[in-house]
Ligand binder design. Structure first.
Ligand code: MSP
Length: 521
């Protein structure tokens, strides 16, 4: 089996670098947890993996937010960026690096690429007037407006006219269309690829890539004109290679060919149109893949400050545990589609799937191994019945299903395949009723059954480890396994060594009651 999606055994995954104008919410947490889960799956099966996240710290929106809170832009972004990093630590995010666009290592690469494209003649000076949406930090084409407003922010854009530098993006339109047609995997899921191609059916305009310092100073100066700073998207997108030490860095050579960017649909255009054309103009190969997910709403509504329904990830992870929160995010959203968050749904899933299906299976199994097998994993014996063969087949086919789901960018499918295994193990216990076999003195039947179920639980610990690293390590150790869950290739059944002493500790997933508190917005 090949070890990664590109067959090189390497996997580089990035989150968007979030705007440092407000604290992290559920949407940021989702993308970051999702990338963490993907990175951890790839590491699990031995891929050479690199995971990047970071903060987007320049631009008008941030300068305004700093002003509003009475801080200097630098002090403001230092504070917010730290809050993001602290949140990621608490959510168990295993990023290898965190890039900030105010760092010199980033600014140097942005200036180098600007100069390179300028020298090649694809940046020119001109005048432009257009509808500018501050929320998007970009000019919107007339055809993008709905009733004169930005469809994403619901605000009226401001008409701005000034002299600026432009990137000759239009020159790359035909090339980009051909590229996307020849590389159907470059932008996925299909619906988003379709959106990009349909947008490209109309003429592409050149991209305004500067802001006069008279209007905005909080940005990276253009290397060829000190009166201007770089437009925030031109600055931000470059983080994906500046963090790797482009152009000479060892990390760049090693990971750029295996790059996957993950974003929500709101920033499809910058990632699927600006970024590849920028790369092309600078003579840099295009990323391997852009993977686009949907939007979280809250109780069927859009999450927004003005509605006062912004969900803070740490509130939930403090209340229900970080692993349960990660589980819910991955389990609930179908990659590519929108989802709705509600605490009721969260608690319902938690109780049904984690406390009942998985938690009870573990409790019962540990209890019976304690009682019927002296607290040690029994030996599997050599019973060859049909029902047993079917169950073992089931257990052994699950790792491949999970791996396929991850390679298809379907982490929800990976979780559901494992959950199905847990349910099958519960049914198997009912069917085999080791408690009655014990009463009639059939120890071989008891041993075979409990061994099989413990093996299913062992695989569950491995397969859900990327989603719930803490809880699955606890599950693994409860089964008397040393260290942390580890992947084992092959289809051999006896990966669980008999004789290991089980460890009965705290209940893995105690049932939760739904207690809704009024939260201050
Ligand atoms: N700074 C730019 C990105 C530059 S990347 C080179 C930006 N920042 S952002 O803070 O607005 O983050 C947008 C991203 O946050 C989305 O693409 C998505 O990853 C995440 N989400 C923000 N709100 C979200 C939802 N309601 N639902 C799902 N994801 C959301 O754009």
């Amino acid at each position: 089996m090949q070890t990664s999606q590109d067959g090189t055994g390497r996997f580089y995954i990035t989150t968007p670098i979030y705007y440092m104008n407000a604290l992290p919410h559920l949407g940021h947490a989702y993308t970051t947890v999702l990338c963490d889960v993907m990175a951890r799956y790839h590491r699990l099966w031995g891929d050479d993996t690199y995971f990047l996240t970071g903060s987007d710290e320049h631009g008008e929106k941030i300068a305004q937010a700093a002003l509003a809170s009475g801080e200097s832009p630098q002090a403001f972004v230092d504070r917010i960026s730290l809050a993001f990093r602290e949140t990621w630590t608490k959510l168990g995010i295993s990023n290898d690096d965190f890039i900030r666009t105010t760092e010199p290592r980033h600014q140097a690469v942005v200036q180098r690429i600007l100069q390179e494209i300028y020298d090649r003649g694809d940046i020119y000076f001109g005048s432009y007037g257009g509808q500018y949406c501050l929320g998007c930090e970009r000019f919107l084409a007339e055809r993008e407006l709905v009733d004169g407003r930005c469809p994403d922010h619901g605000t009226e854009p401001a008409y701005i006219e000034e002299k600026n530098y432009f990137f000759r993006m239009s020159k790359y339109q035909d090339w980009l269309i051909a590229y996307l047609n020849e590389h159907p995997d470059a932008v996925q899921p299909e619906q988003y690829r379709g959106e990009v191609l349909s947008f490209l059916r109309s003429p592409l305009e050149d991209l305004c890539i500067s802001r006069p310092k008279s209007r905005l100073t909080w940005g990276i100066p253009l290397p060829f004109d000190d009166n201007y700073v770089t437009y925030v998207w031109f600055d931000a997108l470059i983080n994906y290679i500046s963090a790797l030490g482009y152009p000479d860095g060892e990390l760049y050579q090693r990971y750029w060919p295996a790059a996957y960017h993950v974003t929500a649909k709101d920033i499809l255009k910058p990632h699927a149109i600006y970024w590849p054309t920028m790369l092309k103009a600078a003579g840099i190969p295009v990323y391997r893949g852009l993977r686009v997910h949907g939007y979280w709403g809250v109780d069927q509504a859009k999450m927004s400050k003005s509605r006062g329904n912004v969900v803070r990830p740490l509130d939930l992870s403090d209340k229900y545990g970080v692993d349960a929160f990660r589980y819910f995010l991955i389990r609930e959203m179908t990659f590519g589609q929108d989802a709705s968050f509600s605490e009721e749904a969260f608690v319902m899933r938690y109780n049904a799937e984690l406390a009942n299906d998985l938690g009870n299976l573990l409790n019962r199994t540990l209890h019976m191994i304690g009682r019927y097998c002296d607290g040690r994993i029994p030996s599997p014996g050599d019973e060859q019945t049909e029902e047993r063969r079917t169950f073992i087949e089931r257990v052994l086919s699950t790792p491949a299903q999970v791996r396929q789901a991850i390679s298809d960018w379907n982490p929800q499918g990976a979780v559901l395949a494992t959950l199905e295994l847990v349910r099958a193990a519960n049914l198997y216990l009912e069917l085999r009723a080791p408690w009655t076999a014990y009463k009639r003195g059939d120890q071989a039947h008891v041993n075979a059954t409990l061994y099989d179920v413990a093996s299913a639980l062992r695989w569950t610990a491995v397969l859900l480890y990327p989603v719930m690293p803490g809880k699955m390590t606890a599950l693994w150790q409860a089964l008397g396994q040393p260290g942390q869950p580890a992947w084992q290739d092959g289809r051999q059944w006896e990966t669980l060594a008999p004789g290991a002493a089980i460890q009965r500790g705290e209940v893995l997933f105690p049932r939760q009651e739904l207690v809704l508190q009024e939260t201050a917005s």
